[in-house]
Design a binder for this molecule. Sequence first.
Ligand code: ADP
Ligand code: MG
Length: 702
Amino acid sequence: MVSPANAIARLLQPRSVAIIGASADPTKTTGRPVAYLQKHGYAGQILPVNPRAERIGDLPCYADIASLPVVPDVGIVLLAADRAHLAVRELAARGAAAAIVLASGYSETGEAGARRQRELHEAAGAMRILGPNTIGLVNLTDRIVLSASGALEMDHFPVGSIGVVSQSGGILGSLLSRAAARGIGLSKLISTSNEVDLELADFIDHLADDDATKVIALYVETVRNPQKFRAAALKAALAGKPVVAFKIGRSEAGAAAAVSHTGAMAGADRMYDALFRQTGVIRAQTFSDLLDIPVALATGRRLRGNRVAILTSTGGAGTLVSDDLGLHGFETPAPDHTTAQALRALQTGSEAVLDRNPIDVTLAGLRPDLLRGAIKALLASPSYDALTIIVGSSGLAQPELMAGAIQDCLPLTDKPVLAYVSPHAPEVGALLTQRGVPAFAAAESCTAALGAMLASSRFVGPDDVQGAGPVVTVDDFMPGSLDEARAKQLFARFGIACARERIVTTVTGAQAAAAELAGSNSGRVVLKILSSEITHKSDVGGVAVGLTAETVGARLEQMAVQVEARAGVQPKQFLVQEMIGGGTELILGMHRDPLGTAILLGMGGITAELFKDTTMRLLPAQGGLSRAEALSMATDLKTWPLLDGYRGRPKADVEALVDAIVAFSRMAAQLGEGLVEAEINPVIVLPQGQGVRAVDGVVVLA
Ligand code: ADP
Ligand code: MG
């Protein structure tokens, strides 16, 4: 039996390819694979199989798989879904490494299709399958095209170092042709589509080892096996090969919420954000980013900071670029004194303005020597981390000269050099890109590329090693929805500090509890109904803050009436709780999803949902989150400054918050499937040295 890696290698670099159901008519889809293999220079053996043809072009055609003169490495199966599995079985019997199944009509069509897909998998035995419903693969490195994509009608494709794995066949053709038109060189493109067997992660893993591939671009519909994906993406990161992913389904509604708010906020798409972030995968926000970012990363140049020099010979376009960079946290400082002097020494025209950025050298667009001098000065400047060159209409006069001048300067540093082509001039952009200067037709693309380069240089690797913490016994907790007091007892068991409280049933009980608790803190208490059915107490008038031993009794009677009127049940039990003042309210929750278990942190307690200021991390395979990861969650929040002493506010006890996040994550890890839902909303973070307190809790146990 072939080992898996070996089978993928044979699939991508077959010495022989059988095409089952090949047609002699190259205009038919079934005629394309043979035609494209030949057209694009395949050097191996092409073996068409079709009982109704003697020859296909100059190739002998075989009646069936059994009569093939050699065992093909790969079989491209062009038969429809009702017969594809028969060919797959025969290919497997002959010992082929893999079959590429193009037919549709499988799991994408419903239950009957899914059954057919299982039959197909069974028929393959140990042989690997790409597809079904795939358009195949294109190995540009080795001039091997195993695909029916109409994009292969193009005669020439630039060969480069970007590997593409797409879960859509149509997108493979789209990226192939768009890249070619822009002078972007690709290495391998694979469409995995239905993924009955080989999937995204298999090819990420393979491309991480592929010498010809430096950057991996993914078009993702769904990650079927998160653990495998994680391992493969981290392998690529370790190999120094950035992975860039465009994921569709961004508009999907949040996962259906049950009791907690966390579910609603932890939408499926946010889970992908967390998965990508923790594996160093750069997320392409738009489809065009999926080429724009890889082409910049494939230069291998490193962005070490956020200061960008913009060299322009045309005012407006430079401003367009600097404006968009500014919106996304980049700086465009004016040249320092030495750099300005070097630029001034080059100057021959009086129009040039050199004390600002964009740096406007009007004549340089026409004079390669001036351009070269200006680029050298800017790349040498310690004030800049990257250079964006604006190509204006004047630059179109002699594109070769201009591209050559820029290219000459590239070896001087490894700072990124990008081009923004202002007029519509795709051929100039392609020329620059091929010379190692990624060229873009939109200012937003320059920003996206630079942003990704910065992110890629900052990923330090996974943070997976941490203890699970001591094992906590929870046998005394009953399954089902816990009431607030019980939920907090569970949190406390895992080491989370909770507000002190007493359960009461009567006015006198409440008064006694208030007198006892008010002594400790703000002098005030909070009164709440206690029920495992009513989880959102405020909604029914079941929370009153700022009470004292004197006021709590009357308030309890009033609350009992109000809650009964609104919720239809008479509250039997109440909580009297110390009132936690002077802190910041956060939500800390857990969400389970096919991608994994996520911990969510959000600012604002109940208003978190409104402000959408939340961040998530997936739990590692074992144990909870590390302190570093927990801290990064806090600093990730848009409103992190509120915890960090914004405008004279006292700094919050971030250490204690980190402790709480780690403890909460360990609880989620230890209880596993036993913990259906868990949320602390709010957890109140007090000023430095005073800790945090969980004041409300929701828990559902299995
Ligand atoms: P709900 O079931 O409506 O979520 P909570 O117990 O979270 O009820 O209380 C609602 C709000 O009341 C909290 O978001 C917080 O602002 C305030 N609150 C509740 N308990 C306390 C407390 N012990 N100290 C200070 N504020 C509290
Ligand atoms: Mg609450």
